[in-house]
Design a protein around this ligand. Structure first.
Ligand code: OAD
Length: 262
């Protein structure tokens, strides 16, 4: 059987997405052109700024960076790939799980079902208690956006950034480089189980630099699943797919629904 036939027969499909899926919506990728992380006059490396340590030391620098990005995401609209995946999830029901590294919320805004759309790196539209008084996440107020990454927090916005439960400082609901995946916040165990139980894992628009996506690919392959990688550039998933009878579908995310049907 070729990969198209295996995909057509797959009952349990997991789709794993990265920043490339939102590129057509105008949301910058992480490692693409212009992908450096800047705040004020300083240029930070992501590993420096997107950390719990940086947040504790300078929340007035870290929060604006996220609120500026949140503004970019909220001005963006879901694209054809987000909508195709939402339709596929509706058609397939429990047979399709969407695992996304994207924090832009665009899959949910396109109509992907929240119960089967797992945001393993969080979502910019939510905050959590910085002291973890609860693992609950709370929607950020619409006003909590900034026009640029250099903008300062206003007192009105700063008031929006408190934990609604205990009144202490809130933090962005995102996974930082010096933190670990877990189930309660980031659906670690569920994602691992989905990869172990799937017939096909379709990876779209990610460079494969983070831990959980690569773990999922390896687990899926160990269980004999089909692995496909959709990406204009070669990634570690492409090599894994090609070595295991799957395929690197070289192209942009919008090949979903055309060359790759779910
Ligand atoms: P990257 O910026 O690392 O990679 C984006 C990938 O998308 C690259 O492999 C591109 O070739 C591909 N790409 C670009 N345009 C595309 C298009 N139109 N269609 C399909 N693919 C396209 O972003 P991610 O892999 O998503 O984590 O980054 C993973 C994680 O690294 C992020 O979630 C973030 C970051 O550190 C956290 O913040 C925890």
């Amino acid at each position: 059987m070729d990969w198209q036939e295996r995909l057509a027969e797959a009952q349990r499909v997991v789709v794993l997405t990265g920043a490339g899926v939102s590129a057509a919506s105008g949301v910058p990728t992480f490692r693409g052109e212009g992908g450096y992380w800047r705040a004020g006059s300083r240029v930070y490396r992501p590993q420096e700024l997107a950390t719990r340590a940086a947040f504790d030391a300078m929340p007035e620098v870290v929060w604006p960076w996220y609120l500026w990005r949140r503004g970019v995401c909220r001005r963006s609209e879901p694209n054809a790939t987000h909508r195709y995946l939402a339709d596929a999830a509706t058609r397939r029901g429990a047979g399709l799980t969407l695992v996304t590294q994207n924090v832009d919320g665009l899959h949910l805004r396109a109509g992907s079902p929240p119960e089967r759309t797992w945001e393993i790196h969080g979502n910019l539209d939510f905050l959590r208690c910085a002291a973890e008084c609860t693992a609950a996440r709370y929607p950020l107020h619409d006003d909590a956006v900034l026009p640029s990454q250099d903008a300062r927090l206003t007192p009105a916005i700063a008031r929006r950034l408190r934990c609604p439960r205990c009144g202490g400082p809130g933090r962005p609901h995102v996974l930082w480089f010096d933190e670990s995946y877990d189930e309660a916040r980031y659906r670690w165990s569920s994602s691992v189980a989905a990869a172990e139980g799937c017939d096909a894992l379709v990876v779209v628009g990610t460079s494969g630099q983070t831990n959980l996506p690569l773990t999922m690919a390896r687990l899926a392959l160990q269980r004999g699943a089909l692995l496909l990688d959709v990406n204009p550039e070669r990634s570690p998933f492409a090599s894994l797919a090609e070595r295991s009878g799957g395929a690197w579908v070289q192209g942009k995310a919008d090949v979903l629904g055309h060359r790759v049907s779910l």
